[in-house]
Design a protein around this ligand. Sequence first.
Ligand code: PEP
Length: 250
Amino acid sequence: MRKKIVAGNWKMNKTVPEGEELAGQVAAGVSSVPAGVKLIIAPPFTHLSCVRKAIAGSGIGLCAQNCADHEKGAYTGEVSAKMLSSVNVEYVILGHSERREYYGETHEKLVKKIELALEQGLSPIYCVGEKLEEREAGKHFEVVDSQIREVLFTLSPEQMSRVIVAYEPVWAIGTGKTATSSQAQEIHAHIRKTLAGKFGALAEEISILYGGSCKPSNAKELFACEDIDGGLIGGASLVADEFLAIARSF
Ligand code: PEP
C-alpha cells in the first residue's frame, strides 16, 4: 500500500513565533485527519527546531525546503543534509520549480543533493513539472521524463524506495489554476509508468503527490484519482484549518 501524504511547503513565510503557532494549530488538529494519512510540514530552516518541539508526539513529519549539494565546508549560506538530520528533520523538498528557476538548480546538483540527503537518512520529496509553454507545446510528458530520468534513474532501487515524487505543473503553482483531475491523473500514471520502466514493481510503492493550487475545494477530486497519493501544498498550508481540511479530503 502506498503512503497517503499531505505535505505543507511554507516557503519563505512566517516569522519563528508565527511558525510555532501554526505548527501548534496543525498538531492540535491532527486527530481529525483520517488514520493512514501522513502530514508533513516544511518550514524555513530557522524554524525547524522550534517547529520540531511544537509537533512533538503528533506524528507529523518535519521537512526542510532544500539542502546543500556539498557535504560541508566553505559554502556560505548553505545548510547541509547532515545539519538537517542533526535537528531530526526527516524529509527534504528538492527540485522545487522555484529553486530550479531562481537558483539555477541543475539535474547534476539535484543528483548530489538527493544522494547527500539519502546518506543522512532523509527522504527527498523530489519535484517535477512542466512550464505553461511546455504544456501548450504538448511537451509535458517529455519534460517530466527528463526530470525523472536524469535524476531519479541514477539511484539504486533501495535509494528510490525512500523518495517521494511531487508532480507540480509550474503553471498551477500559486496561480489559483489547478490541473484538472484528469490532467493530473494522466501525468501521474505516466510518471509511475516511467518509474516502472527502471524500477519495476517498486513504482507501485512510490507515493506521487500533486502540487499546484491544491485547496479544500479541489483536493477530494484530485485525491480520488488512482495514481495521486496526496498533495504538496503551498499557499493553503499557511492556514491550519485549510491544510487540515485538505488532509481530510481522502
Ligand atoms: C508549491 O509551491 O509547492 C505549491 C504547490 O504551491 P501552491 O499550493 O501555492 O500552488
